[in-house]
Design a protein. Structure first.
Length: 102
């Protein structure tokens, strides 16, 4: 059974790792993004984020120092690309999320 994200699981932009705050700023300005998969639709198959219509959520890679690939860290945002309604951070490849708050 899917685990529902705890609404209290939040973090500020300042609490993101340095690479996460850099990616968050890039998301708000619309790029440019390094990875070709940045900005692709995130399916929310695990149903850990609030249910929305397909295409609402998009994922972005948060660089992991020392990783040879995209690593496991992501920011997932919902809504318009340059003005997302909500963004979440995952440090464990979608196993858990924390809502990013101002």
């Amino acid at each position: 059974m899917p685990v529902v994200m705890d609404a209290k699981a939040t973090m500020t932009v300042a609490e993101l790792p340095k690479q996460g705050s850099q990616m968050y700023a890039l998301i708000l300005q619309g790029g440019p993004f390094v990875h070709e998969k940045d900005g692709v639709v995130f399916g929310n198959r695990e149903r850990l984020l609030p249910t929305e219509k397909r295409g609402f959520y998009h994922e972005y890679t948060v660089a992991t120092p020392g990783s040879r690939n995209r690593g496991v860290r992501r920011i997932v945002c919902g809504g318009p690309s340059k003005a997302p309604e909500v963004c979440y951070y995952t440090a464990d490849h979608y196993a858990s999320f924390r809502k990013i708050v101002p």
